[in-house]
Design a protein around this ligand. Structure first.
Ligand code: ADP
Ligand code: ADP
Length: 228
C-alpha cells in the first residue's frame, strides 16, 4: 500500500495544448480515488503517467514517498487493469492469474503461487473456472480474471482504466459492487478511471473531476451528488 502524490503534473504531446495541465493531488494510503471526465479530458494520460507508460513533461510524481518520475513501469510496483482485459488466450485462467508471480524477480515457490492464485480466485468467484481458457469465458468472467491478475501480487496500488466499459449494464452493476467490496477487503490504494457518472458516484472514497486536462474539483461522492 502506498500514498500517491501528484505535484504540478504536466503532459504535452508534441507542442500542442497540454493533455494534463498542472494537476496536483494527494491520494491517501488505502484510498479509492476515481478520475472522471468526458472523452479527451486526459484520464488515460494521467493513469499512464502514474504507471510509467507515458513520460512526465514536468512536475513530480511520488509513490510511497519515493519520487518515481524516472522509474520504469516494472520498478513502480503497481498493478494495472486495462479496458480490453489483455488476457493471454493460450493460457488457462489459473496461469493467467499466476503470470505476474512467475514473472517476478526472486521466484515464488509453486506452493505459494497456488495459494495466492486460489485466494484471488476465491475473492473473485473464479474457483470453478481455473482450468478453462479465456475464450470459453463470459465477458464478466474475463474481466474478473484480469482483476485476479492485478490483485495476485502485493502491489502498492491498483490502477483501473475503464474496466467495465465493455460489459452490459446488468453486469456492470454487479461488478461495481464486487470491485468496491474487493478494494475494501484488500485496502490497497486504488485509482479508477471512468467516464461513467454512476461508477464515479458509487465506487470510490473521493472523485477527481478532469476537464481538458485541468483538475476541476476533488470531492466525496456525497458532495458531488448533493450539488445542484
Ligand atoms: P481520456 O482518457 O480522458 O479520453 P486521453 O488522455 O486519452 O483522454 O487524451 C487527452 C488528450 O490528449 C486528448 O486531446 C488526446 O487526443 C490527446 N492524446 C492522448 N494520447 C495522445 C498521443 N499519444 N499523442 C497525441 N495526443 C494524445
Ligand atoms: P480512451 O479515450 O479510451 O483513453 P482513446 O481512444 O482516446 O482512448 O485512445 C486510445 C489510444 O490512442 C491511447 O493509447 C492514446 O494515447 C492514443 N491517442 C489518443 N489520442 C491521440 C492522438 N490525438 N494522437 C495520437 N494518439 C492518440
Amino acid at each position: 500500500m502506498a500514498e500517491i502524490t501528484l505535484n504540478n503534473l504536466v503532459k504535452k504531446y508534441g507542442d500542442g495544448f497540454p493533455a494534463i495541465n498542472d494537476v496536483s493531488l494527494d491520494i491517501k494510503d488505502g484510498e479509492f480515488m476515481i478520475f472522471v471526465g468526458p472523452s479527451g479530458s486526459g484520464k488515460s494520460t494521467l493513469l499512464r503517467m502514474v504507471v510509467g507508460l507515458e513520460d512526465i513533461t514536468s512536475g513530480d510524481l511520488h509513490i510511497g514517498g519515493k519520487r518515481v518520475n524516472d522509474l520504469s513501469p516494472k520498478d513502480r510496483n503497481l498493478s494495472m487493469v486495462f479496458q480490453n482485459y489483455a488476457l493471454y488466450p493460450h493460457l488457462t485462467v489459473f496461469e493467467n492469474i499466476a503470470f505476474p508471480l512467475r514473472l517476478a524477480k526472486g521466484k515464488h515457490p509453486e506452493s505459494e503461487i497456488k495459494e495466492k492464485v486460489n485466494n484471488a480466485s476465491a475473492l473473485l468467484e473464479l474457483d470453478e473456472h481455473l482450468q478453462r481458457k479465456p475464450s470459453n469465458l463470459s465477458g464478466g468472467q474475463r474481466q474478473r480474471v484480469a482483476m485476479g491478475r492485478a490483485i495476485v501480487r502485493d502491489a502498492d496500488a491498483f490502477l483501473f482504466d475503464e474496466p467495465l466499459s465493455n460489459l452490459d449494464a446488468k453486469l456492470r452493476g454487479q461488478m461495481r459492487t464486487e470491485i468496491a467490496r474487493m478494494q475494501r477487503r484488500l485496502g490497497t490504494t486504488t485509482i479508477y478511471v471512468t467516464h461513467d457518472q454512476t461508477e464515479a458516484l458509487t465506487l470510490g472514497d473521493r472523485v477527481s473531476v478532469l476537464k481538458k486536462g485541468v483538475l476541476q474539483q476533488v470531492a466525496s461522492p456525497r458532495e458531488l451528488y448533493d450539488q445542484p
